[in-house]
Design a protein. Structure first.
Length: 109
């Protein structure tokens, strides 16, 4: 993954509502969720939710698919995995203390 893509993803994730959206979509798994469901879950008006969903999709954090009259959003687990891999391996040089924090269930947020 290119550095610009990493920076775009980090920028998109550095906002409270967007981070909540991604957490929700990860929990939804492959079935994803409609924009209305996402907005309801993160307590955002539909225009505000759409704005954040668009920013996340543009950065490659989530993807969308039209299903009839609805647009279904899903977390892009491939891109998110590449982001985490970059942070751990490239940025942090696979430092053992950082890796231990990532793998410990006791230290999860």
């Amino acid at each position: 993954m290119r550095e610009k893509n990493i920076l775009d993803m980090l920028g998109a994730l550095s906002q409270e509502t967007r981070l909540r959206i991604v957490r929700y979509l990860i929990k939804c798994g492959p079935k994803g969720a409609s924009a209305g469901d996402v907005g309801e879950h993160v307590e955002a008006a539909s225009s505000r939710a759409s704005f954040h969903l668009s920013a996340l999709e543009k950065a490659g954090v989530i993807s969308s698919e039209r299903q009839s009259r609805h647009i279904i959003y899903r977390a892009d687990t491939q891109n998110l995995g590449e982001l985490i891999s970059f942070l751990l391996n490239d940025c942090c040089d696979n430092h053992p203390d950082i890796r231990a924090c990532c793998l410990s269930e006791d230290k999860c947020c």
